[in-house]
Design a protein around this ligand. Sequence first.
Ligand code: TRP
Length: 330
Amino acid sequence: MDNKIILTGIKPTGMPHLGNYVGALKPLIAQSQTHKTFVFIADLHALNSIHNPAEIKRHTYEIAALLIALGLNTDNAILFRQSDIDAVYKLNTFLMNITPKGLMNRAHSYKAMLEKNAALGDDPDNGVNMGLYTYPILMSADILLYNSDIVPVGADQKQHVEFARDIAEYFNRTYGDVFKLPEPQIGRDNGLIPGLDGRKMSKSYDNTIPLFAPENELKKKIMRIITDSKLPTDVKNPDESTIFLLYRHFASDNEIAHMRELFEKGQIGYGDAKKMLFEKINSVLAAPREKYEYLMSHTAELDKILADGATRADVVANKTIERVRHAMLG
Ligand code: TRP
């Protein structure tokens, strides 16, 4: 236990999948048991791509319900909605004025849009709103507002956290020591959780298993995992099998060793291995899924938790914004 402050944001753009669970959500919840932790739902960041309020609202509840269902203890961890904190809009405006435009030009997500447009022969700025372009500034505001030390993110967000650190350094150099310098923490398992087709599980490959799919959908997805054509009696390398690679994230050490042996001795077919995988995942996720469904039909409880989180986050955020206001405006 150290006294580092952990902070992360989750964009409400859809139901997370098993890869997100293993690589990000599970470790985050574990870390929140030993560290002061801020977790927020980044609804302002979702605005650059979703322009339907009902959709953002539903996804916001989904993320909140999911975190609580998975065991996030909101007495310790501060869970809140990004847009509930007035100070974040303020800090965003302050940071705009010290962030070089060139830094934004280098952002991977923005560059990816430019490349996509170029490939289609479209205008380079087609589909790029200023929310997307300045996304890393708002994200820096999120990170710096709560004095974060460690920011757990997926590898795709590492650059954004580095930008937050750069921006904090520019700021401190100009105005004195106001901000702590945050560090990204990239999930150890990131990229190693295979999807249905054996590639990394990712929405962009359309090969995901949603975390809280209904039981029959979970089963259907698992039965659809692509395998080679080895027979049950053939010797199989478990470390090359999507089935085993998923199983090892849910089963106990003994169970993992058992499945490994069945593969290596040619004592199990893929169909039966998939059944074992389904039973395991389903037994691990059944209780959280029930809690998730309960919360999704009792959103007033979520509102209460989020409002309480916002009150606690506000206290920290307002102190920071006063320091910044004083540093910049006297
Ligand atoms: N940009 C992150 C994502 O798309 C979400 C996010 C917003 C975030 N603000 C943050 C993550 C601050 C960490 C810290 O996944």
